[in-house]
Design a protein around this ligand. Sequence first.
Ligand SMILES: C[S@@+](CC[C@H](N)C(=O)[O-])C[C@H]1O[C@@H](n2cnc3c(N)ncnc32)[C@H](O)[C@@H]1O
Length: 219
Amino acid sequence: MTLAERRAFLSRHFRRRRMAAVLPLIETAFRRMGRCRIIDLGGRADYWTLFDRAFLEAHKVHITTVNLETPRDIADPILTEIQGDALNLPQFPDLAFDMAHSNSVIEHVGDWENMELFAAQARRLAPAYFVQTPYFWFPIEPHFTAPVFHWLPEGVRAGLLMRRSQGWAPRSADMGEAMRQVRSACLLDKAQMRYLFPDARLAEEKVFGLTKSLMAIRA
Ligand SMILES: C[S@@+](CC[C@H](N)C(=O)[O-])C[C@H]1O[C@@H](n2cnc3c(N)ncnc32)[C@H](O)[C@@H]1O
């Protein structure tokens, strides 16, 4: 197995484990409403293929993904892809969905003010939400897959990126590219997540006893 295949395998493994926290939210919405309309902020269609299709259909799930990326226009009756900015969704009124969902996105939306906007959307669009993000104090940074890389000062990280590739990130040609890489993911700690999602339970995903990611869940 190549390094890239190993990373993809681990990523799928953790996502599958995470689904255990999402399924009860779908079941609750279905019990209440006879359906579950999900908005997946920063979502991609392929993420939902990890879920058991029969379960999604039995619970009348419909997923709307909102992503800056161009949709791949997958023809699927249970999925609608929208190209858009999850920080600004005026087309959807409050509680337009039964559940807001987001996996590994909030750390990519930009500075703290943008994270606040993102959290506000997740909290207003549905009565239930699930927002997952990698944990700052887990020693391996998931985007660069480099131990303690994210704990180094920005300038040091940029310097290392200009010297050689780091995990998923290729070697940067110059300081501009390196800084864009460094700023492309900004990991959060527990206090920051509690502030952003004050009405949620903060669940922890563990690996070898260490917290790897945080999940803000409002049931
Ligand atoms: C690490 S990927 C996760 C994708 C997907 N949620 C999953 O788990 O497979 C982060 C995604 O967030 C999206 N993203 C970042 N900022 C966004 C924003 N402001 N609005 C919508 N999507 C955004 C990116 O385009 C990217 O697809």
